[in-house]
Ligand binder design. Structure first.
Ligand SMILES: [Zn+2]
Length: 217
């Protein structure tokens, strides 16, 4: 792959966007932005953004489009090469914002990849998922070191505060109503690629690389 790729990962909560986004960015030398992890970091750090986001995230909601778009514009403006976005665009408004942002700079998105996982499998993942609050590693309980420590940095890794069943269901409903139109938008533009993401992490990671090297555009 010669040109810097610009990729968005779409998918329901717990479909593996964060894990796959990081892997993909590392494999291709791209920048990575996970808006979910970024917001949780800000909540934990008690920043202004975190204070705005906290009550919304606590009830399983999504942040307003204008706030998300300004966070994105700030981040995108600092990127030199290609990138992988996870958690943005989450609504049609955000997708249109991204299209405009790119068009104004003579750039374009290379692929929007939809990670597809049945809801029953997502619920199993939610129950098993832990995250490191230091380095944002995310994985299964059994992947942790003794004492529940992060396998990457050795700090404690536990359940995410937003991973209750109720919170998950509410985020899934939001995904269906807000993000499905984004998926249709990219399908209409001919840049949507679907990936069965119910397989093990490494298998999904190699499928994603395959999608990007085979894409016709
Ligand atoms: Zn860690």
């Amino acid at each position: 792959m010669t040109t810097p790729l610009r990729v968005v990962l779409l998918g329901p909560p717990a479909s593996g966007k964060g894990t796959q986004g990081r892997k993909l960015a590392a494999a291709l030398g791209l920048g990575y932005l996970g808006t979910g992890a970024l917001l949780r970091e800000n909540v934990e750090a008690g920043s202004d953004l975190g204070k705005q986001a906290q009550p919304i995230l606590a009830r399983g909601g999504y942040l307003p489009d204008d706030l998300m778009c300004s966070i994105l514009a700030d981040w995108l403006g600092r990127q030199e090469g290609g990138w992988v976005l996870d958690g943005f665009p989450r609504s049609l408004t955000q997708a249109v914002f991204l299209d405009d942002w790119l068009a104004k700079r003579g750039l374009k998105l290379d692929a929007a990849i939809s990670l597809e996982v049945p809801i029953e499998a997502l619920l199993d993942r939610i129950h098993d998922r832990v995250e490191c609050s230091s380095c944002r590693w995310s994985g299964s309980r059994h992947q942790r070191l003794e004492g529940g420590m992060c396998p990457v940095c050795g700090n404690p890794a536990g359940p995410r505060s937003d991973d209750s069943d109720e919170n998950f269901r509410s985020r899934h409903v939001e995904f269906e109503s807000l993000t499905q139109p984004v998926i249709s938008h990219y399908r209409q533009l001919g840049m949507l690629y679907s990936c069965d993401a119910s397989a093990p992490q490494d298998e999904v990671a190699s499928r994603l690389l395959q999608i990007l090297s085979n894409r016709s555009v």
